[in-house]
Design a protein. Structure first.
Length: 214
């Protein structure tokens, strides 16, 4: 039977951390002097790169765990801490530094292929999104088909970004920086709650692995 609660949580988490609307002002700034055709090319590249990156980590995440000897609870705790710092910055109206450093931002202005870096990686498919995808793909579920919700979350997030970026200039003129920051703070609050839950699950999982309780 399909686990609707798992699916809703996975899709909401992925959407919140990818934060398609939060990329809009960066896209507008980075493509300000480009033609419409060039902007369409950048949008397509950024969405394809983000989808491929998150998809690879979704499919091969378990092998990455095995190769490096990670346990799921340890990754949940580490991921939860990372996501909380990302959420904290979002709630303060900042674009998470974990996604784009000052040096990357400066270098990105000199790049022609901004669709790959920084828009595709790390603005859309950043470390927070990768962590979220890997954690949900390793969580136990009653039906293997439930994991398809993770891919659905990736697809919905990227398609939303695709649509928003096509109307980026119009959206940015309408809502401005204040509106974008307000929505980013709402996403940040949701993400903070998700991050805390990850840490709680990781602590409980570690306790079970060590036989503290069942």
């Amino acid at each position: 039977m399909v686990d609707v609660a798992f699916g809703a949580a996975a899709m909401a988490s992925i959407f919140a951390i990818v934060d398609p609307l939060g990329v809009v002002p960066f896209f507008s700034a980075l493509t300000e002097d480009m033609t419409k055709e060039q902007k369409r090319d950048v949008i397509s590249k950024s969405c394809l790169v983000a989808t491929a990156t998150l998809g690879v980590f979704a499919v091969f995440g378990q092998w990455i765990f095995d190769a490096f000897g990670f346990t799921v609870p340890a990754f949940e705790i580490a991921g939860g801490i990372l996501l909380f710092f990302v959420a904290f910055e979002m709630m303060n109206g900042e674009r998470p530094r974990a996604k784009l450093t000052d040096r990357e931002r400066q270098e990105s202005l000199e790049r022609e292929d901004v669709g790959v870096i920084p828009l595709g990686i790390p603005l859309l498919a950043g470390p927070g999104a990768i962590t979220t995808v890997m954690i949900y793909m390793t969580q136990p579920v009653g039906d293997a088909m439930d994991k398809m919700f993770v891919f659905a979350g990736i697809l919905v997030s990227v398609l939303t970004a695709f649509a928003l970026l096509h109307y980026a200039d119009h959206i940015f003129r309408r809502i401005g920086r204040t509106g974008t920051r307000a929505l980013s703070r709402i996403m940040g609050l949701l993400l903070a709650a998700i991050a805390v839950q990850f840490v709680i699950d990781g602590v409980l999982g570690t306790a079970r692995l060590n036989g503290i309780f069942v």
